[in-house]
Design a protein around this ligand. Structure first.
Ligand code: FES
Length: 140
């Protein structure tokens, strides 16, 4: 369960995204994953987790629940921009059902590709997400 202050930070980031120019420029996939994020929230009994604050000051958290060397559940939290929400959402979808060793294959470019591309100034959101996945995987 996400704590109150993290949830407020995330809602503030979402507000900025929704009421700024960004949402209008987002493609349909990114907009959908921002407005309807999948796998949002921490996993209390996760087997692996990581948190990274990127150079922009935004933070991504990734949680993995693993059995039989397969990622059964994945969750994320972020106080970052709407594109970061979209990256966390689609990346956790990509993680669920993957072998742990395949999690490393989910890099910045694959996240961007699945989202149908990101504006140049938001490509670092996918990098932050990919780096957090890598750190979570290394925590196993
Ligand atoms: Fe920094 Fe999206 S603007 S992670």
């Amino acid at each position: 369960m996400m704590d109150q202050s993290k949830q407020e930070n995330m809602m503030n980031a979402l507000d900025k995204f929704l009421f700024g120019e960004v949402l209008r420029e987002a493609n349909e996939t990114a907009r959908d994953h921002c407005l309807n994020p999948r796998n949002l929230g921490a996993i209390a009994d996760s087997d692996a987790q990581a948190i990274i604050t990127g150079p922009c000051g935004d933070t991504m958290e990734i949680y993995l629940k693993i059995s039989d060397d397969t990622i059964q559940r994945a969750g994320f939290m972020t106080d970052g921009c709407g594109y970061t929400i979209a990256c966390g959402s689609i990346a956790t979808e990509m993680l669920i059902g993957s072998k742990v060793s395949d999690a490393l294959k989910i890099d910045q470019h694959k996240i961007e590709e699945r989202l149908g591309g990101l504006p140049e100034e938001y490509r670092h959101c996918a990098l932050l997400t990919a780096n957090t996945i890598r750190k979570a995987q290394n925590s196993i």
